[in-house]
Write a protein that binds this ligand. Structure first.
Ligand SMILES: *Cc1c(COP(=O)(O)O)cnc(C)c1O
Length: 365
């Protein structure tokens, strides 16, 4: 068997232990005689998998009781529409209004999509800085009557992360797209009204979208909201209004257990910080690689970097691939390189990458 170090932004690398367990249970899940894919979602076996995954995620996040976890479909981009459909009329059905902070491509897309559903106000944007920072909260222009404030706490393409949420008035309902860093470190869930994340970055396989909603925010959906995207209905049916993405929930559940065995999110944060520090140090110590993001806003999960001589990009990628370091090509919007170093990327993978970067620089700078 041959496994590479896969630096893809998503779908992304998964813990080998998790894949091995899924493989060993593929034909016969724990004596049931069927694979998880073949089970009724309402049968006792899958109900157990589902309930365990919910309980483990709640434990990992130390989630307060007044929050619901929904297992949905439609991905992060689906939530770009589902969030306003469920929340934008919260304060006044005649005046749907929300604030958006734009710090990169993903929050830009959220902002554009939300405009279909109401009066959407740009509270802050770092576009003129090329999306290389998080804007100081003193510069955010928040509306008095916004139903919520949307932020993307880790911009997967630009590699910009909110390492903490700025202090805001308690009445502000913060909705956070955490698609690419949920479970990378502990978070103070109580600061958020809604948290959502597609699973295929840092959590599991594509097809599952995790949505965490404070209970008092349910019940404000626009009448046109499709039932399967109505948070309140989905919550009432314990995420079983229709067939949930059973196999993706199972894989996420195995990842939750792997995270708990690894020591939970405090331990993961230490590992992730060490990996990111190693990679950023290598970039900053060189005269050949650069990362344009302001130091305090650099993502611990997605690290874009650029070669001083872009004509060497193809040679860099070929050499990396030959060493089993794959998917390093940067997003087409930015070019250059990007290393995504999610929970499942071991420090050995980052070490192999920086060793290669140093060697490549020596030969080509
Ligand atoms: C990948 C990503 C999305 C889009 O997710 P899909 O599941 O493809 O819809 C949205 N937001 C962020 C921050 C992402 O990284």
């Amino acid at each position: 068997m041959h496994r590479v170090f896969n630096f893809a932004a998503g779908p992304a690398t998964l813990p080998t232990e998790v894949l091995a367990q899924a493989a060993s249970e593929m034909l016969d899940w724990q004596g049931s005689g069927v694979s998880v894919m073949e089970m009724s979602h309402r049968g006792p076996e899958f109900m157990h998998i589902h309930q365990q995954a919910l309980a483990d995620l709640r434990t990992l996040l130390a989630l307060p009781d007044d929050y619901e976890i929904l297992f949905m479909q439609g991905g992060g981009r689906g939530q770009n529409a589902i969030v306003p459909m469920n929340l934008i009329s919260r304060l006044d059905p005649d005046r749907p209004r929300a604030d958006y902070v734009v710090t990169g491509t993903w929050s830009e897309q959220s902002f554009v999509e939300a405009k279909k559903y109401g009066d959407v106000h740009l509270a802050a944007s770092t576009q003129t800085d090329g999306f290389t920072t998080v804007p100081a909260v003193t510069e955010w222009s928040l509306s008095d009557d916004a139903a919520y404030l949307h932020v993307c706490t880790n911009e997967t393409i630009h590699g910009v992360e909110f390492h903490s949420l700025p202090a805001l008035d308690k009445r502000v309902v913060v909705v956070a797209d955490m698609s690419s860093h949920l479970l990378s470190r502990p978070i103070d869930s109580a600061r958020y009204g809604v948290i959502y994340a597609g699973a295929q970055k840092n959590i599991g396989s594509a097809g599952l979208t995790i949505v965490i909603v404070r209970r008092d925010l349910l019940g404000h959906a626009l009448p046109c909201t499709p039932s399967v995207f109505n948070w309140e209905l989905v919550s009432k049916h314990q995420s079983m209004l229709n067939t949930p993405p059973t196999y993706a929930i199972y894989i996420a559940g195995l990842v939750f257990q792997w995270l708990m065995r690894a020591g939970g999110l405090v331990a993961l944060e230490q590992r992730n910080r060490a990996k990111a520090a190693l990679l950023y140090r290598t970039i900053d110590d060189s005269h050949f690689y650069t990362n344009p993001v302001e130091v305090g806003a650099r993502s611990y999960m997605n690290v874009p970097f650029f070669l001083a001589d872009a004509s060497r990009n193809a040679a860099f990628l070929d050499g990396a691939k030959a060493r089993g370091l794959t998917q390093l090509k940067g997003h087409s919007l930015l070019g250059g390189m990007r290393a995504s170093i999610y929970n499942a990327m071991p420090i050995e993978g980052v070490q192999a990458l920086v060793d290669y970067m140093v060697e490549f620089e020596r030969h080509h700078a």
